[in-house]
Design a protein around this ligand. Structure first.
Ligand code: F6R
Length: 597
């Protein structure tokens, strides 16, 4: 999604904005721009705005530096209007320039109203209406004009605004889109995302919904929705964020390699978590609901599989976007488990708000302690995966699985006063995942063999269906290969029609009792000339199969195998991506944190 940044610094403001935008690149974007309040030495007008914005990469903004100590910047992920220079932010009206992340739902009505008052628009964006409103409401008080404009907006936004009439001042507002203020040596910032300030800021403080941030007279000030100043405490930027460096590999490769550490950090943190506050809900729940999007949704499905099997109660699992609009039968006495790496995914936040309004108890599984989801939750369950920069979730998915399995074990404990047997193998998880790296050489060969394929299937049975879905999603999003993850039993109900000579099918078989059934599906593929690859921890399952390619996974208690079996599939997707000439960290059209609906 769009990334926003604002900076006040007497030294190198443009360079600081540019560096932050480069760090925001990971969120996914199609254009970028910067505006500064520039001191005009020649004309009588003292200050003016200078804007530079371009379709394409942030690097297009490098070159001639704009001088000035107050600026804003933006990476755009197009929602309204195609990616082009004109639609790129900052947008300007009169003496104001604005950057925006979010969606203004009533933009069409506002645009019409503004046009009727004689305004003309330069872009097709929803964001331009905000700066027009600010300009029209301005009567000398910058902050009042921003508040008056925000009062007219419906939807989600984090905005940062500068004005040629107010050098040294940046005004920001937040409604359902992330926004933080931060301070570093010689610079004050506002930003959508802490990792953008790695190496620049030392302290940060998130804004809550409805709050305003004002940088003025070299200070950061917070205000409530009525415009009253409020006191907030700043926290030190976590060391892992402050030290974020990619090195010579992609973030995705780096993060896959960090998975064993992420797992052991998350496990330690889970051991330290006091589950007593949610004991009554976990013990008494007649059913669970689980919501999430994308990869996190696969973690929700894995939670369903494990919890239904262990707790013998139904788990109703839905993508967050569908949950909201299906009149879900959730209410008092129900528990909603919402899973989100970023804790800022708009649909997951809205689904969680809806569930809470109806009286459900909210458990949020998230990697970002200061996220909106964590703040909303009755019980935040935090991952310690460390910052995940690559758009494609890898180490966070694996830690999500660990966290939801751990939650299941706790619920089992509260119901039956004992942990499920597999709980005691969690300590071995990190080393087993490290052992899975031995599969990488083989997956790299497999990727070489399949890199030119136009499509592929991933199959599994039982707990492996979710892994098949996640494997398919990974290869789709970063390698741009059409892929489907399926229950192997469904193959002959339609999918088989597409199997022809050489069509690749990857199967995962980690559940011994279902392995034969998976093997039968592979035999059907093979009989039609398809290419079969099989991943299993069981030597006999592999040796008795008809697969053209076999990979032996390291072994751990079966219910924990989804944490292990996905590792080579993530690496395979990454290899496919590189072989096909794509950048794993910048998947086409995708964004890391989907803060709009
Ligand atoms: C896929 C991926 C996305 C996210 C999804 C939810 O690799 O990363 O599908 O999983 O956008 O994001 P979070 O977990 O931040 O809510």
């Amino acid at each position: 999604m769009c990334g926003i940044i604002g900076c006040f610094s007497e030294k190198d403001c443009y360079g600081r904005l540019l560096r932050a935008l480069k760090k925001l690149e990971y969120r996914g974007y199609d254009s970028a721009g910067i505006a500064l309040v520039h001191k005009n030495r020649r004309l009588h007008e003292n200050y003016r705005l200078i804007v530079r914005k371009k379709k394409g990469y942030v690097s297009a903004l490098e070159g001639a530096v704009i001088s000035g100590d107050t600026g804003i910047g933006h990476t755009r992920w197009a929602t309204h209007g195609v990616p082009c220079d004109r639609n790129a932010h900052p947008h300007v009206s009169g003496k104001f320039a604005l950057v925006h992340n979010g969606i203004i739902e009533n933009h069409a009505a506002l645009r019409q109203e503004l046009c009727e008052h004689g305004e003309t628009f330069l872009s097709e964006t929803d964001s331009e209406v905000i700066v027009k409103l600010i300009d029209r409401n301005y009567a000398g008080d910058f902050f009042a004009a921003v508040r008056a404009a925000c009062a007219r907006l419906e939807g989600s936004y984090a905005i940062a605004v500068i004005s040629a009439d107010h050098p040294g001042e940046i005004i920001c507002a937040r409604c359902k889109s992330p926004l933080i203020a931060a301070a570093g040596k010689g610079a004050l910032y506002v930003c959508s995302d802490a990792p953008a300030l790695a190496g620049e800021a030392e302290f940060f403080c998130p804004a809550n919904d409805g709050e305003y941030i004002r940088i003025a007279e070299g200070k950061i000030l917070f205000y409530d929705s009525a415009g009253n100043e409020i006191k907030k405490s700043f926290l030190r930027l976590p060391a892992q964020i402050a030290a974020l460096e990619k090195g010579d590999k992609s973030f995705m490769e780096k993060e896959i390699a960090e998975t064993p550490q992420a797992l052991s950090d998350t496990l330690k943190s889970l051991h330290r978590t006091d589950f007593a506050p949610c004991a009554r809900q976990l013990r008494g729940a007649k059913r669970f609901f689980a919501v999430a999007c994308g990869t996190a949704y696969h973690a929700a499905l894995a939670f369903r599989d494990r919890a239904e099997e262990c707790l013998h109660i139904p788990v109703l699992c839905q993508t967050s976007s569908e949950f909201r609009y299906r009149s879900p039968l959730i209410g008092e006495g129900d528990v909603l488990v919402a899973i989100s790496q970023s804790g800022e995914t708009a649909d997951t936040l809205e689904a969680s708000r809806l569930a809470k309004e109806r009286g459900a108890y909210l458990i949020a599984v998230t990697n970002v302690a200061h996220s909106s989801l964590a703040a909303l939750a009755d019980f935040p369950l935090l991952l310690r995966a460390g910052p995940e920069i690559a758009v494609a979730a890898t180490k966070s998915y694996v830690c999500q699985l660990l966290a939801v399995f751990y939650l299941t074990a706790q619920a089992h404990f509260f119901k039956h006063t004992r942990m499920p047997v597999w709980f005691f193998e969690l300590e071995k998880l990190s080393e087993t995942v490290r052992a899975a790296e031995e599969c990488f050489l083989q997956t790299s060969h497999l990727a070489k063999q399949l890199s030119q394929t136009f499509g592929m299937y991933y199959l599994g049975r039982g707990q492996d269906v979710v892994t098949a879905m996640e494997g398919a999603l990974k290869v789709k999003e970063i390698a741009c290969v059409y892929a489907e993850g399926y229950a192997a039993g469904e193959l002959k109900h339609g999918t088989l029609a597409l199997i022809e000579k050489g069509f690749p099918v990857i199967a995962i078989a980690t559940d011994k009792k279902l392995a034969k059934k998976c093997e039968n599906a592979l035999a059907e593929v093979k009989a039609r000339g398809g290419f079969c690859a099989l991943f299993s921890q069981y030597e006999d399952v592999l040796s008795e199969s008809c697969a053209d390619f076999c990979c032996r996974l390291p072994s751990i208690s079966e219910p924990l195998m989804p944490v292990v079996s996905v590792i080579p599939l993530q690496k395979f997707a990454c290899e496919m991506c590189l072989l096909r000439g794509f950048d794993p960290d910048k998947p086409r059209n995708l964004a890391k944190s989907v803060t709009v609906e």
